[in-house]
Every structure is written in C-alpha cells, then in structure tokens.
Design a protein around this ligand. Sequence first.
Ligand code: SF4
Ligand code: SF4
Length: 72
Amino acid sequence: MNKKNNPVINTDKCKGCELCVSECPVEIIAISDEINIMGYHPAYITDSTKCTGCIKCAISCPDAVITVYREE
Ligand code: SF4
Ligand code: SF4
C-alpha cells in the first residue's frame, strides 16, 4: 500500500517556538533562516516523503498552525 502524508505549516502564523521540531519522530521539521510577517523564524518541513502521519507536530503546536493531510 502506498501511503502519502502531507504535513503543512502555516508559516505566516508560526511563532518559531520549536515545539514541533522536537516532537517529530522522523526529524523532518526545521526552523527556517527566513523571517515571516510576524518577525519570527518559522518552522518548515524538510522532507514530507518521510512523514508517518503521526500528527504529533499538529498536536504539539500551541497555535494550531500545522495541518497533517493523511492519505491511506
Ligand atoms: S505528522 Fe508526525 S512524522 Fe509527520 S511531520 Fe508531523 S510529527 Fe513529523
Ligand atoms: S509548534 Fe507551531 S508555532 Fe511552534 S514552531 Fe512549530 S509550527 Fe511554529
């Protein structure tokens, strides 16, 4: 079975707290060098092909700016 998961971070609303970075078991979330419209360094997904769809990142985000689209 081919399974595709797609975690999406709303970078404009991310405060760069890094909670999601430490929660991801496959370490595919990093903090960008860029600055978003609120003046924070936002999180971004480095390799969505490795995403397991565990939604730990979405649950950990205090601002609920991560959505994980899961496809079975
Ligand atoms: S759903 Fe899980 S594996 Fe995918 S980016 Fe979020 S924490 Fe990482
Ligand atoms: S937990 Fe949410 S606010 Fe914090 S860095 Fe991750 S996406 Fe941004």
